[in-house]
Design a protein around this ligand. Structure first.
Ligand code: PEP
Ligand code: MN
Length: 337
């Protein structure tokens, strides 16, 4: 971190700032410029909040020179992380395809959809048992019964299962029963939940918050990692902008930003990003071209009857067609399916 003092800063102000930084365990390099003093602060600066220094007497400007996240930072882990999700590697050359319905509705729906997406090449089954809904009157998911149905679908298909957690109270239950625990966009900054998930070693699919910056998203990953769990997969799922034509705005540049800043795998959810099933195919291909390590796609065996997000769900044949196109495109971006 660099602190630039005002030209009129007194020797006393500079000295007392240096002392308090040293007292906090930092090393301070003092450089006298032509018209102001510049302090270079070294050490565990992630613990400091740059804003706190702006109100110190004599301080003109504070410039962080390194990112506040460490364990998620590529600087400290230059190679790409590969996360083992119940036998499926996410972050390697082979693309990960998570697919399945928005929510688990009944035995036939989840097993039929699972068998169909597996036949097309999906390697992880998604399905919500606990659903974060805007309205308390909307279908909230089958909860524990939904988890049991996912387990049955796993037994039939052999696919690892990914489902969303909403409460820190359920971490132990999910850790036992699920292969990938999803943290939804609305819970990206539920720090108690993130810290609790950090106590496990389970892969965590961390969705980007509706209005989260890349930095905030990576800081949430850092919460999980700092608590001890290195197995984090990031998921870009669109952000809120002024645009209302699509459900959200798919921020594909974030894939590249995150890949540059972090070693963690990143996948893309074109279903929640667009809210429109006809847009999912093109946005999926764009995501792979943008460097995503995989996709999470909503597929329902009968979208018009879906209890949640039917409008953005692909039918199994549409999903099969999409996978064929991804397979054709993958080698161009040095990927396989
Ligand atoms: C979901 O994947 O089912 C979901 C609710 O997504 P998001 O948290 O991205 O809205
Ligand atoms: Mn959904």
């Amino acid at each position: 971190m660099i602190i630039i003092m005002k030209p009129q800063a007194t020797e006393e102000q500079i000295g007392s700032l240096c002392q308090s930084l040293q007292g906090a365990g930092m090393q301070v390099q003092r450089n006298a410029g032509v018209d102001c003093t510049v302090l270079g602060v070294l050490g565990d600066v992630a613990r400091l909040d740059p804003h706190d220094f702006l109100i110190q007497p004599g301080v003109e400007r504070v410039m962080p020179v390194s990112e506040p996240f460490k364990k998620a930072n590529r600087k400290f882990h230059p190679t790409d992380s590969v996360i083992d999700c119940g036998g499926v590697k996410v972050g390697a050359r082979k693309l990960a395809l998570f697919a399945g319905p928005c929510s688990v509705e009944n035995y036939d729906q989840i097993t039929d959809t699972a068998l169909k997406v597996r036949a097309s090449g999906a390697n992880i089954l998604r399905g919500g048992a606990y659903k974060p809904r805007t309205s308390p009157y909307a279908f909230q998911g089958l909860k524990l019964e939904g988890l049991a149905l996912l387990e049955q679908a796993k037994a039939i298909t052999g696919m690892p299962i990914c489902t969303e957690i909403m409460s820190p109270k359920l971490v132990e239950e999910f850790d036992r029963r699920v292969d990938v625990i999803q943290v939804g966009a609305r819970n990206m900054q539920n720090f108690d939940l993130l810290t609790e998930l950090g106590q496990t070693r389970k892969p965590i699919l961390l969705k980007r918050g509706l209005s989260a910056t890349v930095n905030e998203w990576l800081m949430s990953a850092e919460y999980i990692m700092a608590a001890g769990n290195p197995n984090v997969i990031l998921c870009e799922r669109g952000i809120r902008t002024f645009e209302t034509y699509t459900r959200n705005t798919l921020d594909l540049s974030a894939v590249q930003a995150v890949k540059r800043l972090s070693h963690l795998p990143v996948i893309v959810d074109p279903s929640h990003a667009t809210g429109l099933n006809w847009m999912v195919e093109r946005m999926s291909l764009a995501a792979i071209a943008a460097g995503a390590d995989g996709l999470i796609i909503e597929v329902h065996n009968n979208p018009p009857c879906a209890l949640c997000d039917g409008a953005q769900s692909l039918t199994p044949p549409q999903f099969a067609q999409l996978v064929g196109k991804i397979a054709a495109m993958a080698p161009i971006v040095e990927r396989t399916l």
